[in-house]
Design a protein around this ligand. Sequence first.
Ligand SMILES: C[S@@+](CC[C@H](N)C(=O)[O-])C[C@H]1O[C@@H](n2cnc3c(N)ncnc32)[C@H](O)[C@@H]1O
Length: 292
Amino acid sequence: MRTDNDSWDITTSVGATALVATAMRAVENRRPDALFRDPFAEKLVAAAGLPVWDRILRGELPELDESAAPGFELVLQSVAARTWYFDRYFEAAAADGIQQMVILAAGLDARAYRLDFPSGTTVFELDLPKVLEFKAATLADAEPAGTRRQVVGDLRQDWPKALHDTGFDPSSATAWLAEALLHYLPADAQNRLFDEIDALSAPGSTVALQFPNARQSAKLVAARARMTEVTGLELESLMYPMAGRNDPREWFARRGWRVVPTDLASVLTGCGREVPGAAQEINSQTLMTATR
Ligand SMILES: C[S@@+](CC[C@H](N)C(=O)[O-])C[C@H]1O[C@@H](n2cnc3c(N)ncnc32)[C@H](O)[C@@H]1O
């Protein structure tokens, strides 16, 4: 159950969803044909010290095999596809000369360490304090590419101030990312977030995000329920209803951004990977990039 000012660490409430995403990246990272390499994912999940996630990492959890949890493969492949897509997004932004990257709700995203950002790049990672503390402590020995700045902020409150205070420059073009975030924000906070991104974006800025579609695949919902049973994390009840939100595609287009949406099945197919099940099952989310 969510409340207006609720807070969390990496093992509780919305914080633990960062752990779920990272466990999925760790599983993908082990595949010989992985769509990306995230050498930090396994270490981050292990450091959280939750036995169930250790078992998932060791592949010792038959309760989450596809036969016991139909749809779990969809969850894995969704994370693989979106990670690939947002990695390409940042690479393209860097190639276009953008030097300021802002990862909203960064969680245990290790792009600041694992992507080859050119020198002169600053990666701002915003999240709640305990999530960032955990990541900084666990990756203390790792060397980020470029400069990494932690922004302790809550996206339901005055986060632009926290961003300014860590050296963000609104007159420079920015590449924004909101990955696996929007459904954890109340509708009014999501609507405000778009206003704030728009206000802070110099010409040439880009934004990439992922948002749930109105129709959710029954298989994915069932897989999340199964993960809840197995891990004890109440995944579904952490999400806010989708009603009352601006559609990101229309919202950014109306403000003059050039919007390019895509879907997870197309990303997987483009990577030469077979889509598990029917395309509409994995396409419970839309991916989008917009350029000002
Ligand atoms: C599913 S995780 C995604 C993390 C990361 N973007 C990824 O894809 O791995 C959701 C993240 O959103 C963060 N988050 C949710 N609501 C937030 C808020 N109001 N302010 C800051 N961070 C928030 C959580 O702490 C968590 O790290």
